[in-house]
Design a protein around this ligand. Structure first.
Ligand code: GDD
Length: 342
């Protein structure tokens, strides 16, 4: 039901796979995508062990992308909540071992698992897989990711569960969160440009001084990478990110270009900033899989901007979105008010 898992579900369905079960804690009207012909299980809290056992019944492949997470605005202010996602991966692994016939178990880790002392400069070197240790992960969220990665490793070593782990670097694209507090910088900046144009304020707020750096991975690259890593024989966590490093100021330029405007910038220095610089070193993924995420940021941002612009227009017009869910063997379709579609 979330951004990445929703898109992954659609990809698998479109590629002709059947017997797909999508699970999320959110009620169906809050799912990012509901894919027809897929068994959708809403209102299902995967922190609860019994639920994991139920949904893993008969599973051959498990993709764990469930987490209480968001961009910097969310993870810096909700460390305990982020850490509670440890219950999800723990119970999912237990269920995979006990009830599934699991050939592959994918776990979505994060660049937040890396040692933060190596990320204190906007021009710092790109992170290699071995840079997660000695450990000094991003507080809260990052430590949970690091711990859960290790749990995957030990479930493989001790019980033979074929776990595969990717460390995502800031994933963005259409159908992602674009407002409400959990959005990441790419969507937030698109939204701010749209609002500034709409309101005629001609100004946008940027968290920090804008000189912090990141790389951003377009959703399509992320989905391809998940598929490749899951079905590879790469046992250790692998970076899954773009190596196109930009400052947040450059990201803001790109959002402005997508909107065909130029705005005055209001830098909010006390806003959540996270690490000062972060990039993905793709040497290993190139070496092992012969591929790396390569969709240019300008291309992905243009698509993301256009999608957020449409959402914003639809919301203003009070338009509704059709959504379907499966109840037993019946599919129920209803209209969802976009105003409450976060
Ligand atoms: N969210 C957001 N919103 N960030 C902004 C904004 C804004 O309006 N303006 C500037 N920024 C800056 C933040 O201060 C931060 O320095 C940078 O943009 C990137 O912020 P995010 O996109 O929110 O997060 P992140 O890159 O630090 O971390 C994200 O990616 C990780 C994986 O690489 C988070 O989603 C993590 O949860 C994730 O693990």
């Amino acid at each position: 039901g979330g951004f990445i898992a929703g898109a992954l579900t659609r990809r698998f369905k479109e590629n002709g796979f059947t017997n797909i079960r999508a699970v999320d804690i959110k009620p169906i009207d809050q799912w990012y995508q509901v894919v027809e012909g897929v068994e959708s299980v809403p209102d299902c809290d995967l922190q609860i062990k019994e639920n994991c056992y139920k949904v893993c019944e008969g599973a051959v492949e498990i993709y764990n992308l469930a987490a209480d997470m968001g961009g910097m605005g969310f993870i810096e202010n909700n460390k305990a909540r982020c850490m509670l996602s440890v219950l999800i991966n723990t119970h999912m692994l237990m269920a995979a071992k006990d009830v599934g016939k699991v050939e592959r178990y994918f776990y979505a880790s994060s660049a937040c698992a890396y040692n933060t002392t190596l990320q204190q400069d906007p021009n710092c070197s790109a992170l290699k897989e071995e840079d997660a240790y000695p450990a000094m992960a991003e507080d809260g969220y990052g430590w949970e990711k690091l711990f859960s990665e290790r749990m995957c490793r030990h479930y493989r070593e001790d019980y033979g569960i074929e776990t595969r782990v990717a460390r995502f670097h800031n994933v963005y694209g259409p159908y992602g969160t674009w407002d409400g507090g959990r959005e990441k910088a790419p969507a937030a900046l698109c939204r701010k440009v749209i609002i500034a144009k709409d309101s005629g304020s001609n100004e946008m707020e940027i968290w920090g001084d804008g000189e912090q750096s990141r790389s951003f991975m377009y959703i399509d690259d992320c989905l391809k990478g998940i598929d490749m890593i899951t079905h590879s024989d790469v046992l250790e966590p692998l970076n899954l990110g773009s190596s196109e490093l930009v400052t947040i100021n450059r990201l803001a330029d790109i959002a402005e270009e997508a909107g065909g405007t130029k705005l005055k910038r209001d830098y909010k220095l006390d806003a959540p900033k996270g690490v000062r610089g972060r990039n993905s070193d793709n040497t290993k993924i190139m070496e092992l899989l012969g591929w790396e995420p390569s969709i240019p940021l300008t291309e992905g941002m243009a698509k993301t901007y256009a999608w957020i612009d449409r959402q914003s227009e639809d919301r203003k017009a009070g338009k509704q979105k059709v959504s379907c869910r499966t109840k037993g063997r019946r599919k129920i379709c209803g209209r969802i008010d976009l105003g409450s579609y976060a």
